[in-house]
Design a protein around this ligand. Structure first.
Ligand code: NAG
Ligand code: NAG
Ligand code: NAG
Length: 397
């Protein structure tokens, strides 16, 4: 695609410049350059990690020898994790380095207050009960979050999940969840919030497994924008859709339905005012706690199907959406399916921006259904697109 395409924006460049500018004011500049030019890092890192650190997990021991910049504003426990650490056996040919740089989001240090609250705990103690703070930091771009050396909050009266297959369609015990981060403090509140709570909540009615979830993508679906799982699986030879991903999959009803057809689906979800990840796990399918900004943690050409409903839409910055579409293409195997379910945008955005953007990635169109989105009133001129796309089997490169 040409660099002057309509959905390129210059914000990418501005944010890069901003990032570099920020790095200049912190020790991270050293880390950034030393990871690119590992020879330079040999000297400054020679005092970093020793095997002794493994025996004494004390914060602050792993500080690189003070280079020219000031690191005093970064919490020592953050530096202990994220600074370059020497490999105990020296140069490693696979790493092509003697140093490992544990992964944290580029933006973590842009939010020093949140970061230092997140990283404040006693090593080898209990972590603060701070899910809300952690998710805020993550959604701002500190993703992955730094690892912590403490034990996460968990319900003191934890109850084990129901056995399969009962767990698929049962509301789990309230005691399987730490409720601090959410307005509701039990599942009956979540199940009833559609009737009882005013205002918007992400996936407001999803926790009610006897409501809309019961029929979503199920038997008899297949008209208009609502494709059914059996209809979609019918596009490929029986049994050849085996593994996949649901992006922003709510309470993972899609994964459960696919599991009932012997397809293994991993579901990404945030915990936006509800314990989505705990609930998904209680149902007996795999939750993956990553946001839409993160590179998908799968290798190229591996998954048979990727599904996403309501999440990939016009609220996402267009450049980020463009990257996300290519990342989906990357992880799908040749012949794999991308089910873009109820993508929404406004009026002419579909023809002018999103249609061309999606088409440009290189999928073959198996289904492409456009319809009006009326739930917030026709005057908003909102549109839905449901598409079933296939990565070419040959010459997909
Ligand atoms: C770490 O915490 C555990 C559990 O509280 C305790 O048994 C252990 O002695 C602690 N280890 C160190 C090195 O402090
Ligand atoms: C659930 O929480 C609500 C308030 O959020 C409370 O009124 C209700 O009694 C609770 N129900 C149960 C079964 O604990
Ligand atoms: C799923 O796999 C099991 C065991 O291999 C098999 O008995 C069952 O018929 C399969 N179900 C479907 C819907 O394919």
């Amino acid at each position: 695609m040409a660099s002057d395409s309509p959905f390129q924006s210059k914000s990418l460049y501005t944010s890069n410049i901003f990032f570099l500018f920020f790095l200049l004011s912190t020790n991270l500049l050293t880390l950034f350059f030393s990871s690119s030019f590992s020879i330079c890092s040999l000297k400054s890192l020679s005092t970093v990690a020793t095997t002794a650190d493994l025996a004494t997990p004390t914060p602050g021991l792993n500080l690189p020898e003070a280079p020219t910049e000031d690191t005093s504003d970064l919490p020592p426990e953050f530096l202990a994790f994220a600074s370059g650490q020497l490999l105990p056996f020296g140069y490693n040919i696979n790493f092509d380095s003697n140093t490992i740089y544990p992964a944290v989001g580029q933006a973590c240090t842009l939010f020093p207050d949140l970061l230092s609250r997140f990283i404040s705990y006693k090593v080898n103690g209990s972590c603060p009960d701070d899910e809300f703070l952690a998710q805020r930091l993550l959604l701002k771009g500190c993703e992955p979050l730094p690892s912590r050396r403490c034990r996460p909050a968990s319900n003191a009266n934890y109850v084990e999940p129901y056995p399969l297959p009962k767990s698929f369609w049962s509301t789990p015990s309230d005691s399987s969840v730490v409720w601090t981060a959410y307005k509701c403090k039990n599942y009956s509140c979540l199940v009833n919030r559609k009737k009882n709570h005013k205002g918007f909540d992400d996936c407001k009615d999803c926790f009610d497994l006897q409501g809309n979830e019961k029929t979503r993508w199920g038997k008899g679906k297949g008209g208009g924008l609502d494709f059914g799982v059996d209809e979609v699986l019918g596009f490929k030879k029986p049994g050849t859709i085996r593994i996949g991903l649901d992006i922003g999959g709510g309470v993972a009803t899609f994964a459960v339905r696919m599991r009932e057809r012997n397809v293994t689906i991993v579901t990404t979800s945030m915990n936006l005012n509800g314990p989505f990840n705990s609930f998904i796990a209680s149902r007996g399918v795999v939750p993956l706690y990553i946001s839409i900004s993160q590179r998908l943690p799968f290798f190229d050409n591996t998954l048979d199907i990727v599904h996403s409903m309501h999440v990939l839409s016009n609220w996402i910055p267009t450049t980020l959406l463009h990257f996300a579409m290519f990342d989906i293409y990357r992880i799908l195997r040749p012949g794999g399916l991308f089910w873009l379910d109820h993508f929404f945008c406004v009026g002419e955005q579909l023809e002018e921006v999103y249609g061309p953007l999606i088409e440009s990635v290189g999928f073959k169109k198996l289904k492409w259904v456009v319809g009006r989105k009326l739930d917030r009133g026709p005057e908003r001129r909102e549109m839905y697109l449901s598409a079933l796309l296939e990565k070419p089997l040959k010459n997909s490169w």
